[in-house]
Ligand binder design. Structure first.
Ligand code: BGC
Length: 422
């Protein structure tokens, strides 16, 4: 059957791209996460069965999840050295935008000591994107911090924000000449939840009080960064990228389900964005989840379909969350992350198709949507889950020379983009 696609809806200058994060792909980093990985790899492997055997994919991934080496980022996918090859793949996929993060621990490995070689590295990196006519979306913080900053208490302390601000100032002096879009912070809501509220990620300081404190300090850090960047280059576009969930009532007619839904939407989705309202030029929307809530605050999602890491998948849920974000803030939106763990590439094409339909719908209803950055370009290190989850448009064989193989869904996507961009 011949597919009919309306390709007129996406604006000519729409950004089509993919996202990554330094720690998940670069390799050979030395930061608070690398310390934690080495300390916890054995424990994570030992407890994998208890934590993960509920997943439908458990039998398939068990051997890898029970292997300590899985939990060590190590050589990454050697993106630090192979970035040119990876950018060529972006081109091959007809993508014209790329989101990456600067690894603070490379630039300032010890307090106040700046590594010029690393600045030069990121400079060449950005120019390599520009040479290929790929728009760089620079992210300043994707959860990892230098060890010395973690030792000082990281974002737990208000007085530490000055260090982050100083780092941003250095970046703005050295790296933003060729950059028009900057994301300050990635998913402050996920970070405070996992590192503090649940205490599962470094520094594992489990405390709701600390979670709240860190969240507030991240708001301060964002605002300070915004001011620094705008002072250095007034036309630069700055935003943050929170994790936004399509939160719905399990039973829309139930007063209690509705109430919980409203509370969850306000606290999870809007609180941070509201606080930084006057300090953002766009909103970076990271979408992975639709969650259905009951009155007692329990999540009750359909059992299928789920992806390899057990997340319930409702790609079209990006439509209501785009609409709500737009109607609340009236700021341009970039989908800064969106994707799924799908090693066999069983669902990715469907996910992309549904997402494109949702984006077309949102655009036709007046949402100022400017771009779509898929998570992720490459298979990568999925934090405390390690290496087995596969989020990449491109598969990577870490056992065999880090060989890159474009997944079929990505080939399909590239074909669609070719039509759209004609
Ligand atoms: C994060 C990524 C992560 C992805 C998939 C997002 O919340 O920003 O770093 O890999 O989700 O779980």
């Amino acid at each position: 059957m011949k597919e009919e696609k309306n390709t007129d809806i996406f604006p000519k200058h729409f950004f089509w791209g993919a996202s990554t994060a330094s720690h998940q792909v670069e390799g050979n980093n030395e930061n608070n996460w690398t310390v934690w990985e080495l300390e916890h790899a054995h424990e994570l492997a030992r407890t994998a069965h208890r934590r993960l055997s509920w997943m439908p994919t458990w039998n398939k991934v068990k051997d890898r999840a029970e292997e300590p080496q899985n939990y060590i980022s190590g050589a990454g996918v050697d993106h630090y050295n192979r970035y040119e090859e990876d950018f060529d793949i972006l081109k091959q996929l007809n993508l014209n935008a790329f989101r990456f993060s600067i690894e603070w621990s490379r630039i300032e490995p010890s307090e106040g000591k700046w590594n010029e070689e690393e600045f030069a590295h990121y400079k060449s990196y950005i120019l390599a994107l520009r040479d290929r006519k790929i728009e760089p979306f620079m992210n300043l913080w994707h959860w990892t911090v230098p060890k010395w900053f973690a030792d000082k208490g990281g974002f737990e302390k208000k007085e530490n924000i000055k260090y982050f601000e100083r780092y941003v100032k250095k970046v703005s002096e050295k790296l933003i000449d060729d950059v028009e879009y900057v994301i300050t912070l990635n998913e402050p809501n996920i970070y405070t939840t996992f590192s503090y509220f649940l205490g599962e990620w470094p520094p594992q300081h489990k405390s709701p009080f600390l979670a709240y404190k860190v969240y507030k300090n991240l708001i301060r850090a964002h605002k300070a960064s915004y001011d620094v960047l705008k002072a250095a280059k007034p036309r630069i576009q700055v935003g943050a990228a929170p994790n936004l969930v399509n939160i719905q009532a399990k039973r829309p007619h139930s007063f209690f389900d509705e109430m919980t839904t409203q509370v969850m939407r306000t606290s999870w989705n809007w609180w941070f964005l509201k606080k930084i309202k006057k300090h953002q030029d766009f909103i970076g929307l990271n979408y992975y989840f639709t969650d259905y809530y009951t009155g007692i605050g329990k999540r009750l999602n359909p059992k299928i379909p789920v992806n390899d890491v057990g997340f319930y998948m409702e790609p079209e849920g990006i439509y209501p969350i785009m609409l709500r974000t737009w109607s609340r803030f009236k700021k341009p939106i970039f989908i800064s992350e969106n994707g799924l763990a799908d090693e066999n590439d069983q669902f990715r094409r469907w996910w992309l198709e549904e997402t494109m339909v949702a984006m077309e719908r949102a655009l036709s209803e007046g949402v100022d949507l400017r771009g779509y950055l898929h998570w992720s370009l490459l298979d990568n290190f999925e934090w405390s889950s390690g290496w087995w989850p596969k989020f990449g448009l491109v598969a990577i064989d870490r056992e065999n020379g880090m060989k890159r193989t474009i997944r079929p869904s990505a080939k399909w996507f590239a074909g669609v983009l070719k039509d759209i961009q004609k």
